[in-house]
Write a protein that binds this ligand. Structure first.
Ligand code: MG
Length: 420
């Protein structure tokens, strides 16, 4: 399978030529290993951790893009789980590539998945191959260049790593510290690990043939096969997304310095007062000598607020979603309109920050009911009461509201849509 075939320009030869022109042979294929299930991440609707979103796209899309953006990459092999084809295709939708991106199915272990990825490159006449974990989306050109520099020096296996900074302790099963381990000469291994292709391919084949299946990284396979592995400069920012907390940290890392997308919407509604026994405002029934006339329960406050929310994502107004001509909404509680608008906002990735309603009415008195109204708004919107405001004013006996012909409401809502 070739991903995005139509968008692939014939650039592989061009990039080789470009490399040769600069007098260096650094062109490489990348293998991105994404077949794992990520058990430490727990279940999530987005699927395994490499398909979780950070910022506006998935972890794996960011990882693949990092390699597409390196000028010496001539192609990418992504090794995915056989069940994840649709997830992968969906994840890669925002990514355009000017190099071939091939997809192969992985095996039961990371080691086997890497070997299958290497086998996909047998006829590619590649000199270097860089093998990278899909769950490290923040790999950058400096790290890749460090690996390529190492390979260019003639070493057949290069491992980006960072010196261990924390003091290390060895503890027993009860959590009692037995001793302090010297961190001298200890490094945390990262990826991409870079290799001479024939050497790593042969080493993987030999490990499989000899029955060794549990190597957790590719440099370990090379060490086992007797090759020298040399360190290159890794980076503390090249984190591996492992736990749900890592997703939060990754989102925060992306958000730093990015403009935030906070939007405000407003809404206005008015309904006529006719003889009756109560009015419904912000979902609360208040005894009165009049009632508000309308197709639904005529709750002007919730109608105005529904419009304000819909305005933050360009979703029209309440009439577009709940046409008054539809008998389904006769006598309907307006709380369901507001809840629906909140769901639409959530569907756009919005988080409601606050809601503010001003009622314009000569009577009944709103003050005694304000807290109950705010609590109801908070429940309908799924936000805290301090983010919900209800205010009321008379119209000083002027105009239709002043003559008690109707009640009007003005609403404002603010919604955060993350980072731009
Ligand atoms: Mg209305």
């Amino acid at each position: 399978m070739i991903f995005g075939k139509r968008r692939i320009a014939n650039c592989a030869w061009y990039r080789n030529l470009w490399g040769a022109k600069l007098g260096e042979q650094r062109a490489f294929w990348a293998i991105i290993v994404a077949a794992g299930r990520g058990l430490r991440m727990g279940d999530h609707a987005d699927g395994p951790k490499q398909y979780r979103r950070i910022g506006d796209r998935s972890v794996i899309a960011r990882t693949v893009k990092a390699f597409i953006d390196h000028p010496a990459t001539i192609g990418i092999v992504t090794v995915i789980h056989p069940d994840d084809e649709e997830l992968f295709e969906e994840a890669m939708r925002p990514v355009s590539a000017d190099i071939p991106i091939r997809v192969v199915h992985g095996g039961a272990t990371r080691q086997k998945s890497c070997r299958l990825g290497l086998e996909a490159l047998i006829n590619k006449h590649t000199g270097y191959v860089l093998i990278h974990d899909a769950a490290r989306p923040f790999v950058d050109n400096a790290i890749i260049n460090g690996v390529l520099d190492g390979l260019a020096s003639g070493v057949k296996a290069i491992l980006p790593a960072v010196a261990v900074a924390d003091t290390l302790k060895r503890a027993d099963q009860n959590g009692t510290v037995c001793d302090t381990v010297s961190r001298d000469g200890l490094y945390a291994a990262q990826t991409p690990q870079g290799f001479d292709f024939p050497a790593i391919h042969t080493a993987h084949q030999k490990a499989a043939t000899d029955g060794f299946h549990e190597f957790t990284d590719d440099c370990a396979v090379m060490e086992w096969a007797g090759y020298a592995v040399r360190l290159s400069q890794g980076s503390p920012t090249n984190i591996k997304i492992t736990t749900p907390e890592d997703i939060i940290l990754a989102n925060e890392k992306l958000a730093v310095g990015q403009p935030v997308d906070i939007r405000t919407g407003n809404g206005y509604d008015v309904h006529r007062l006719v003889p009756g026994d109560h009015v419904t405002l912000c979902g609360i029934d208040i005894p009165h000598t009049m009632r508000l006339d309308g197709h639904s329960d005529a709750d002007v406050a919730l109608h105005a607020l529904t419009d304000a929310l819909l305005a933050t994502c360009g979703e029209g107004d309440i009439g577009d979603h709940f046409p008054p001509t539809d008998p389904k909404w006769k006598g309907a509680e307006s709380g369901q309109f507001l809840k629906h608008a909140a769901q639409i906002v959530a569907g756009y990735g919005g988080k409601i920050l606050n809601a503010d309603v001003t009622l314009i009415a000569e009577a009944p008195k709103i003050g005694p009911h304000k807290l109950e109204m705010r609590e109801n708004l908070a429940a309908l919107l799924g936000i805290s009461v301090d983010r919900c405001s209800v205010k009321a004013t008379t119209n000083e006996k002027m105009g239709f509201a002043g003559r008690s012909e109707g009640i009007a409401a003005i609403a404002t809502a603010s919604v955060s849509y993350g980072n731009r």
